[in-house]
Design a protein. Structure first.
Lengths: 148, 221
């Protein structure tokens, strides 16, 4: 094996790893959000639901892409992920008071800014969601189809 | 089997296993934290709350309910059955947690009926006829029926004094009581209906078997 071959193999491995990392983040976010609502009985707010709509399919789309070795999964997964990222960004801005809540669509049920969990003083559910969306987005952006 | 499928399957199993272990750990930790409140806790039972069953019963069940809540209506026959089964041993105290658009009107109706000695009949009637007067859930709510007309009809069916009933509504006689119940419920952490407290211990999961086992535990004390 010459140096060039080693380089391409490691590049391919790195590329594959990105898809796995994206999938694991999406899976943990999915199971985690279900844990919060079903086990800990924390009701999801409206914006949380919209983010769930974006996050849950990522597990299946990225997962199927990995199993069928179909690298085009990026084309389907990334747009959904970016929409989730946008909603999550908006949610965090509201949550941390950077946008006043009076303009939120959350009028029924639980408020999108009510604080339910604060671990170590700064880890909150919207922050975890944002981290997950950023993580999956970055993985998918750097994931390059066609790395042989 | 493909390598990819194996990897994904293993990770999925690990994550789900972690969630299941976390769930049982979490459940046991909150159950031990959930200290029983004394039945004398003033915000749990108020003097003027509707009560059913022997006054000296060793077990007191406090139910936070909403007359317009579908689960409360569905669970009402179970409660009646349990009261019959544990006759003399269990007492039921009703508190209100109004969460729906017509809840306050309905609660006022039952309270006013209670003044005429027909609280439980009125409650049963509202639960049974809930599809008629209650706010419909779902994507396309049907037009709201005129609640006042319906309630007047129910009052006549129950043989209640309509004038007294009208007066209670006109004066908004039970507003303070209902507001207090809601406040008490909030202070006790009631977020859903029905929520049960058995001798001050909150029922973790709604169901006949769970409620009975909590009652039995309290009877054994």
């Amino acid at each position: 094996m010459n140096i060039e071959q080693i380089e391409t193999t490691s590049k391919k491995n790195l590329n594959d790893a990105l898809s796995y990392v994206a999938w694991v983040i999406a899976l943990v976010a999915t199971v985690g959000s279900l844990f919060f609502s079903e086990i800990m009985d924390l009701p999801p707010c409206l914006l949380c639901w919209y983010q769930r709509i974006a996050m849950y399919p990522l597990v299946l789309i990225i997962g199927s892409g990995i199993i069928t070795r179909d690298e085009r999964m990026k084309n389907y997964a990334l747009p959904i992920c970016l929409i989730g990222l946008a909603i999550s960004t908006y949610h965090n801005l509201l949550y941390y008071g950077l946008i006043p809540e009076s303009i939120t669509p959350c009028t029924k049920g639980i408020s999108c800014t009510s604080r339910q969990i604060e671990w170590l003083g700064f880890i909150t559910i919207p922050l975890m969601a944002l981290t997950a969306f950023v993580g999956v987005s970055l993985c998918l952006i750097f994931y390059k189809p066609g790395q042989k | 089997m493909r390598k990819e499928i194996k990897i994904l399957a293993v990770i999925t199993v690990v994550v789900i296993l972690a969630a299941v272990i976390g769930a049982s750990y979490y459940r046991s930790s909150i159950q031990s934290k959930r200290k029983p409140m004394t039945t004398a806790n003033s915000s749990l039972i108020r003097e003027d709350s509707p009560t059913l069953g022997a006054a000296d019963a060793p077990v007191t069940i406090v139910e936070f309910l909403d007359p317009e809540c579908e689960s409360c209506a569905a669970f009402a026959p179970v409660i009646k059955k349990i009261l019959k089964e544990y006759d003399g041993k269990v007492r039921l105290v009703v508190r209100y947690m109004p969460l729906h658009p017509n809840s306050l009107t309905a609660a006022t109706f039952t309270e006013a009926a209670g003044e005429q000695g027909k609280y439980w009949q009125a409650q049963e009637m509202l639960f049974q006829k809930q599809p008629e007067w209650g706010t419909k859930h779902g994507p396309q709510p049907t037009a709201q029926a005129d609640v006042n007309t319906l309630f007047e009809k129910y009052a006549m069916e129950l043989g209640l004094d309509i004038n007294k009933m009208d007066q209670a509504f006109a004066e908004n006689k039970y507003a303070a009581k209902l507001a207090r119940d809601r406040k008490d419920g909030q202070s006790l952490g009631v977020t859903r209906t029905p929520t049960f407290f058995v001798n001050g211990r909150q029922l973790a999961r709604l169901g006949e078997a769970d409620l009975k086992s909590l009652i039995n535990e309290e009877l054994k004390r």
